[in-house]
Structures are given as structure tokens and as C-alpha cells.
Design a protein around this ligand. Structure first.
Ligand SMILES: [Zn+2]
Length: 358
């Protein structure tokens, strides 16, 4: 039994366990998995991605009905609703999300309603800067297209467009499948990343940007990303290290550069680096320091918007700082691009990869 299977099924998980439950053995694909009809290969004619949909409870195929998707496993037979044209494939026994909340169009992680505050906020400068988003997405794309004629890519957390993603959207060689636990016009499948409703080896690439801090068990989620990737498939992850709480109650984890590398130890590294620098990390800290004095919404909004307008030019220091090794100890976020591997990185080798200033 893997550590994964030993997680109590009665424990609700956002998409699951907490730090300390980090050890889990990532199941490597069997030869049968790689040769299954759902497994994409470099020369395969791509069928519609819908063929790879699976029941998140029993991993058997689901078939579309008039107003739902139904698991074809007779002993399971779970029915999944359709919301805005896409299936809601969530295992309620193991998720904090329910099927009903998507049928009712309830907002959970993100709100689609734009308040007066968010409208004003959108017109003002912000304290965010990812200087390498376009470049790392180009590298990810090059790595994929050097391996596969056609790339089917799973985007986890795809309801909001991530940094650099635009370069993939209009390429006929690329097929994007955007998933999330929040409703938006971009979401094709509503699912919980702890139990991805897709067949083994269904994708050539996976993108997970600014998501792993928001899941209860990032180690389990990465094992799922590994499972749904075909042999030699590529992952692109971008995850915060120094950043204050955002998305309210849906925020659980941060990773150092080595912590992030260990999270993806079942992948061979192709590229990695700083995607949010020390300047942005410091500006976020100053903003949240000021917010700590403010109890009322209006005072928080005033303080936040004032600091954004005053401090935003300093974020451009990161254009220079992200290239300095000591910045690894103070960065806001790290990215990682890796190829699915059957040989995990050892912890001894992990330690030798420290690149900070000490
Ligand atoms: Zn089922």
C-alpha cells in the first residue's frame, strides 16, 4: 500500500493531507499504461481529449448523457452534472468541493463578480512581476514540440490565464485542456487536482502555475500530474516561496527552491529558476505589514491601493535581482520545467543543488 492509499478516506481534502505527510511513492506508469489507447505517442493521431475522461472515484471511463456524465462501471455508476457545458468530475468523498455548488453556480475560490474595489484596482499599478513567464513558456513549448508532433496539455488551475500562456493558445499543434475548481468561461472540466479525472498517460504536458500553494496536499497533486503524463511528458510549475496569504482560506503551502525541486523529484530537470524576485517579495511584505493595522475593509483598500501606487516602481529591481544567486534565499516564487522520469532525484543530489547566498 502506498502512502497515498493510507490517507484516511474520511479526511476531507481540497484537492488532501498536510505537511509531514509528504512522503508518497509516485506510481510509475506500467508498460500496459503506456500502450493503452489513451496514451498519446509522438506519432499518434490524437483523438478528442474527452476520450480520456475518467470517473474520479473508480478511474473507469465516463459517458456523456443528456445532462450529465455517467460512470460506466456498473458497481460505481456515479452521475456527474454538467455546468456551463463542461463535466463536474469531483469525488465528493475526498474533496472539500461538492457537485451541488457547481450546479448552483456558487463562487468558491475566485469570484467572477467584479466589485467597485476590483474595478478601481484593475486600473492601478500592482506589485506583481514575473519577468520570465514568457521565456519559460517558450522553453516548455520547445521541449514539448521537440518530442511530440502534437501536444495535448493539461492546465490545472486554468480558469485564470497564467504567465506566458498566450503563446500556446493559437498554435495548431497544441491542444489545451483547461481545468479548475472554480467556474469561468475558460474552464472545460471542473475537477479537484487531488483526483484528476483523466486516464493514465493522457497528456504530453501539464502546466500548474500558482496552484500548488492552494491545494491541501501538493505531493498528491504532483503524483497525479505524473500519472496523467505520458512517458517523456513535460511539466511546468510555478509556485510561491515568500508570499503572504491570498485566496483567503484556500492557501496552505510555500516552497523553497530545493523544496520545490523535491516536490518534483520524479522528474528530470530541464530548466528552473526564479519567477518572482526579492523586490516583489519585499513589496508584498510591506503591503501586508500595513494591512495588519487595518481592520475595516475601506481602510484596507485605501492602504493597499496607496502602497501599490507608491511602491510599484521598486518591483523592477527584480529584472536585475533574479539573476543573482543570493536572491534564491529571498525570492517570491520559483518555476520548474521537467520531464517525467522513472529515476527520482536522490536527497543527496538534491542538497548539492543549493544555489543561495550562504
Ligand atoms: Zn466510477
Amino acid at each position: 500500500m502506498s502512502t497515498l492509499e493510507s490517507v484516511p478516506s474520511t479526511q476531507p481534502w481540497l484537492p488532501v493531507a498536510l505537511p509531514g505527510q509528504a512522503e508518497l511513492s509516485v506510481p510509475l506508469p506500467s508498460a500496459a499504461d503506456a500502450a493503452s489507447p489513451a496514451a498519446p505517442t509522438a506519432n499518434a493521431t490524437q483523438g478528442p481529449w474527452r476520450d480520456s475522461l475518467r470517473c474520479p472515484k473508480c478511474h473507469q471511463p465516463v459517458r456523456p448523457a443528456s445532462d450529465s456524465f455517467i460512470c460506466q462501471n456498473q458497481t460505481c455508476g456515479q452521475q456527474y452534472p454538467i455546468s456551463r457545458g463542461g463535466p463536474v468530475l469531483i469525488n465528493e468523498d475526498k474533496s472539500v468541493f461538492t457537485l451541488a455548488e457547481f450546479l448552483d453556480n456558487q463562487q468558491n475560490v475566485f469570484s467572477e463578480t467584479r466589485s467597485w474595489r476590483s474595478r478601481i484596482s484593475g486600473l492601478l499599478p500592482d506589485l506583481d512581476l514575473n519577468p520570465v513567464g514568457d521565456a519559460y513558456m517558450q522553453k516548455f513549448k520547445q521541449q514539448l514540440l521537440s518530442r511530440f508532433d502534437h501536444a495535448r496539455i493539461l492546465v490545472v488551475g486554468g480558469s485564470i490565464e497564467g504567465a506566458g500562456l498566450a503563446c500556446l493558445a493559437n498554435d495548431p499543434r497544441i491542444e489545451l485542456v483547461e481545468t479548475d475548481v472554480t467556474l469561468s468561461d475558460k474552464t472545460q472540466v471542473i475537477c479537484d487536482a487531488h483526483d484528476l479525472p483523466f486516464a493514465d498517460a493522457a497528456f504530453h504536458g501539464v502546466i500548474v502555475q500558482a496552484v500548488l500553494e492552494h491545494v491541501l496536499d501538493p505531493w498528491r497533486v504532483v503524483s497525479e500530474l505524473h500519472r496523467v503524463l505520458c512517458p517523456d511528458g513535460i511539466v511546468l510549475a510555478d509556485t510561491p516561496f515568500i508570499a503572504q496569504v491570498h485566496c483567503r482560506q484556500y492557501d496552505f503551502h510555500r516552497f523553497t527552491r530545493l523544496g520545490h525541486r523535491r516536490l518534483f523529484r520524479h522528474f528530470q530537470e530541464l530548466d528552473s529558476g526564479i519567477s518572482g524576485g526579492p523586490a516583489v517579495a519585499t513589496l508584498w511584505t510591506l503591503r501586508y505589514f500595513a494591512l495588519s493595522f487595518c481592520r475595516r475593509n475601506w481602510s484596507r483598500a485605501a492602504a493597499s491601493l496607496t502602497l501599490r501606487c507608491l511602491l510599484f516602481p521598486l518591483k523592477y529591481l527584480d529584472l536585475w535581482l533574479i539573476h543573482h544567486a543570493p536572491s534564491n534565499d529571498a525570492a517570491m516564487a520559483f518555476y520548474f520545467i521537467g520531464a517525467k522520469s522513472e529515476s527520482p532525484l536522490s536527497d543527496q543530489d538534491l542538497l548539492s543543488q543549493y544555489q543561495g547566498g550562504f
